[in-house]
Design a protein around this ligand. Structure first.
Ligand SMILES: [Fe+2]
Ligand SMILES: [Fe+2]
Length: 254
């Protein structure tokens, strides 16, 4: 239990859309590929639809916390991100803040892994950068995008060694693919290199269990560095609004 997570509320099934029907939530296609191979769940679900008159879920899932009508950034932290992501992002940002870094670095740390929180792990730096691009400075989105590649490459002079955890995660002989090597080369020569590098530096220390950070300490900093749309994330018609809506209603059939 993380004491700072807001208490979720749930909508009874009888008040959710399609409440007169049995509702089926089919996994997203990307989750059909796992260690066991390629699952194709459609025929089974279509059979349930035909046999039992069930429908495919659209809108609020009664088992997921209700989001506010106009969700803001921290609502996704509280009601959509996993505990590990919630804790990791807040610890990273707090660590950067305590080290005296500027707000650009702190907000970049706070946002760097949001794709892992509720959307996609694979290429998370790139997804994360896209999610935030309309709302943050170009430098912050750039730093989030490139932190993914920079995590694989030591820079002892800057104070970043290859993470021990990566030897465990991927095996000691793992070599990053060419596209990440190229991204690393690009980033090394970029004027914002250190912003992205600092994400990786404050990332290292941010997996501690039992160290809890109250997200409210970042409210003002978010206000200054993340342009929250008045209509709420997901409803502002921005080029990435659909990505936020996908996190709000991850079970939508289409
Ligand atoms: Fe990351
Ligand atoms: Fe991280």
């Amino acid at each position: 239990m993380i004491p700072y997570r807001r208490k979720p509320t749930y909508l009874p099934a009888s008040q959710c859309p399609q409440s007169e029907h049995e509702r089926l939530a089919m996994p997203q296609p990307i989750a059909n590929f796992d260690g066991e191979g390629w699952h194709q769940p459609e025929p089974g679900y279509l059979a349930q639809m035909n046999q039992r008159g069930a429908v495919f879920m659209m809108g609020q899932n009664p088992n997921l916390p209700v989001m506010p009508e106009r969700p803001q950034l921290l609502d996704f932290f509280h009601f959509r991100f996993t505990d590990i992501t919630f804790r990791h992002l807040l610890q990273s940002a707090k660590h950067a803040l305590d080290a005296g870094h500027n707000e650009t670095v702190v907000i970049a740390c706070l946002l760097h892994d949001i794709a892992n929180g509720a959307l996609l792990r694979s290429d998370h730096g790139y997804w994360g950068a896209q999610l935030i691009a309309p709302y943050v400075s170009e430098e912050v989105a750039w730093a989030v995008k490139y932190h993914q590649a920079l995590r694989y490459f030591a820079d002892e002079a800057a104070g970043f060694a290859y993470p021990d955890a990566y030897n465990q995660f991927f095996g000691p002989e793992f070599a990053p693919p060419e596209y990440l090597q190229q991204a690393h080369r690009e980033a090394r020569n970029h004027r914002w290199y250190m912003t992205s590098r600092l994400i990786t530096i404050h990332d290292v220390y941010a997996f501690e269990d039992g160290v809890e950070v109250d997200p409210e300490i970042f409210t003002d900093l978010i206000g200054r560095n993340f342009r929250q749309p008045e209509e709420g994330l997901g409803f502002d018609n921005s080029p990435v609004a659909h990505m936020w809506r996908t996190m709000i209603w991850p079970n939508n059939f289409l």
